[in-house]
Design a protein around this ligand. Structure first.
Ligand code: ASP
Length: 698
């Protein structure tokens, strides 16, 4: 008879001692003591020690136990017993008990796994992703996925209790602009036409409001084809919501309550509310970022007024040119080592600043800085007073155009916080950022683009500037930030078709483009649209932050790797010519003889650049990545060409051997070369000896 599980092995306790139970799971380890075999049986609740004693089992079952392989799957039955005290394992919740097997059923035999589950934490990530189903057996990943499930459930419970209905929206749809490229799906039925996968359910959730649903939410999968940075995935999950007949304050109050309730429920941590608020402008000026980490202070002080009048020509020149000079005071930063200061300076340069000026105030009040050569004692005192610096503090400066100064000081602020260990794990600081600019200028596209998305309502008083001065228009848009990470964004929406048209025009769309891309959407607003607004936050991202996980990949069961590939399935992959033909994509590179060239291996451009000792700008990096991929792709195509049975040939033209007498060519080229060489030895050009690092030897 087949054994049927009665209990999860990892959750058994001493209360069950004496009872016969049946547990199922995977063999984590096996120790053969001759006549008695011990295994650790793993299930999703943990480990349980199982003992196979020759005297308790049939000969056939014991023989199975003798040959058990790691990761094989078993069902075992027997009484739960207290272990001998000297074999207690204090590291396991089940460390004082064991199951003495009287029956054993081998459900599946495992081949030797490419890594041991208990050691998987230190295994290369690409290998773990390739065998993700083994990686998923790790308690850490199971814990993360369970936590994520609880987080999602708590969020859904909250939304349900507040009258939100979950409604599904289409995946095969029209482009929804959120600032990334679309993933496209060719239509077989409509030759040459494509669906776009949604970058978000934005258009549909607004149409649900026009449809009178009043409060909507969806745990929605979104797809954005963008270059993957550390905390991005091409497909991710958003908790998406929309509400009718509300204003911005109503939505922000909801969000505070939602996050507070959910965080308390899943972590037990009480979050203070109301959350602090900053306008976008304040956040950028005070912290150099629209998503500042508020677990620590280190605000930025504007000292442009002092710098514009001072004796230091570098500061004065920047101010005269319309730039700004700003500073951060680091309490206790006088203890920074030279190496740390050099590291900060390199960071400043990477952000585009010319360098980083600094002043160190020694504990005895002495001023230590190169700036003492250029600034008077009064000027230094004015700066110290403006930044609030005390003895023992360190002031760092950036003088440049506004954008560079914000970017540089925002980055330095984080770098300093990391050096001083100020980003404390386990502490949660929420922040609301409001009043984002409606547009930002894209130098690449040479036009204004939406900071949020084109459906965001501008602040009423800025409406007159939509066409004439887009740069000054503020949006009724807001972000929720947690510990320096943008959790999500939202906005009040445009619900008047005339304003929506004006917005598209301000973004540079022609009437024809508006009709073609968004005609159905604008039309809907002619039939009675309620004022509405909404928000969406990244579920993966919130789970990652609350778990203190290092990567989104740690909270997604089957994530993509950094180059948007799935190492487990090999997606994206080539499809055969017949499939392409059915989709009317014959031009899409059918391969010779139906053979599929292997997908080009992923190239880690950063690793290649590091090997070549090259520092790449983002544009160079993108170009290098494209070139390397094109090369690998081409090699892949060459490798896939079917050359079986083809006559080997070295030349495409018929060959005829020609014999030429072996006579050295006339002329004194050799002498000319020697004459041009800086140093010669006999008849040779002499090159300086080089040491290993490429420097000339003395
Ligand atoms: N659709 C927006 C996004 O995905 C969120 C919103 O405005 O509700 O970021």
């Amino acid at each position: 008879m087949k054994l049927k599980r009665s209990h999860y092995g990892g959750s058994l306790t001493e209360d069950l001692v004496g009872q016969t139970v049946t547990a199922c799971g995977w063999v984590q380890t096996r120790r053969d003591m001759g006549g008695v075999i011990f295994i650790d049986l793993r299930d999703r609740t943990g480990l349980l020690q199982v003992v196979f004693d020759r005297r308790d089992l049939s000969a056939a079952e014991f023989a199975v136990a003798e040959h058990l392989k790691n990761e094989s799957v078993l069902a075992v039955q027997g009484p739960i017993c207290i272990r001998d005290p000297e074999t207690y394992n204090p590291k396991l919740p089940t460390g004082t008990i064991e199951l003495r097997a009287t029956r054993l059923e081998l459900l599946s035999t495992a081949a030797t796994p490419p890594f041991f589950i208990e050691q998987a934490g230190s295994v290369r990530e690409d290998l773990r992703l390739r065998y993700r189903y083994l990686d998923l057996r790790r308690p850490q990943l199971q814990h993360n996925l369970r936590f994520r499930h609880q987080l999602q459930r708590a969020t859904e419970n909250y939304l349900d209790a507040h009258g939100f209905w979950q409604v599904e929206t289409p995946i095969l749809t029209k482009s929804t602009p959120e600032g990334a490229r679309d993933y496209l799906v060719p239509s077989r039925v409509h030759p040459g036409d494509f669906y776009a996968l949604p970058q978000s359910p934005q258009l549909f959730k607004q149409l649900l409001m026009v449809g009178g649903l009043d409060r909507y939410y969806q745990v929605a999968r979104c797809f954005r084809d963008e270059d993957l940075r550390a905390d991005r995935q091409p497909e991710f999950t958003q908790v998406d919501m929309e509400l009718s007949f509300v204003d911005q304050e109503d939505i922000l109050a909801h969000l505070e309550d939602l996050f507070k309730t959910v965080v308390q429920e899943v972590t037990g941590i009480r979050v203070e509310s109301p959350f602090p608020r900053l306008t976008w402008q304040q956040a950028m000026d005070l912290y150099g970022s629209d998503k500042p980490d508020l677990r620590f202070g280190l605000p930025i002080t504007d000292i442009t007024a002092i710098a514009a009048q001072c004796h230091f020509s570098v500061f004065r020149r920047v101010c005269d040119g319309g730039g700004v000079v700003r500073a951060i005071c680091v309490p206790g930063g006088d203890a920074f080592t030279r190496t740390q200061i050099d590291r900060l300076t390199t960071t400043a340069r990477r952000c585009g600043a010319g360098g980083m000026a600094w002043i160190s105030l020694r504990p005895d009040g002495q001023v230590y800085s190169i700036l003492t050569k250029y600034l008077t004692a009064e000027e230094i005192a004015a700066i110290t007073a403006a930044t609030g610096a005390q003895n023992g503090d360190f002031i760092l400066f950036c003088a440049d155009d506004l954008a560079t100064v914000r970017r540089t000081l925002g980055t330095l602020r984080l770098a300093v916080a990391d050096m001083l260990g100020l980003r404390r794990p386990g502490e949660y600081r929420f922040l609301l950022v409001t009043d984002f600019p409606q547009f930002e200028y894209s130098a690449e596209e040479k036009r204004w683009v939406s900071t949020h998305h084109p459906f965001t309502m501008p602040c009423e008083q800025d409406l007159p500037y939509l066409q004439s001065d887009p740069g000054r228009v503020r949006a009724q848009a807001y972000d929720v930030v947690l510990n320096g990470v943008e959790l999500g964004s939202g906005s009040m929406r445009i619900h008047r078709p005339d304003i929506q048209r004006q917005m598209f025009t301000a973004l540079g769309f022609t009437q024809q483009q508006i009709e073609q891309r968004f005609g159905f959407f604008v039309e809907a607003f002619h039939y009675g649209a309620p004022p509405h607004g909404g928000f969406a936050f990244g579920l993966d991202r919130l789970a990652m932050l609350l778990l203190g996980a290092g990567s989104l990949r740690d909270v997604i069961a089957f994530p993509k790797s950094k180059d948007a590939a799935c190492p487990l399935t090999g997606a994206p992959g080539r499809v055969d010519a017949a499939q392409l033909a059915a989709l009317h994509l014959e031009g899409g590179r059918p391969t010779a003889g139906g053979a599929q060239p292997p997908a080009a291996p992923a190239v880690d451009v950063d690793a290649v650049a590091a090997l070549a000792m090259l520092e790449l700008t983002p544009a160079e990096r993108e170009k290098a990545a494209a070139d390397l991929h094109a090369m690998l792709d081409f090699t892949g195509q060459l490798a896939a060409i079917d050359t079986a049975g083809v006559e080997p040939t070295a030349h495409v033209l018929p060959l005829q051997n020609v014999f030429r007498p072996d006579v050295p060519s006339p002329g004194d080229f050799h002498d000319q070369l020697l004459a041009m060489a800086p140093t010669t030895y006999k008849n040779y050009i002499r090159l300086p000896d080089r040491d290993e690092k490429g420097g000339a030897k003395a």
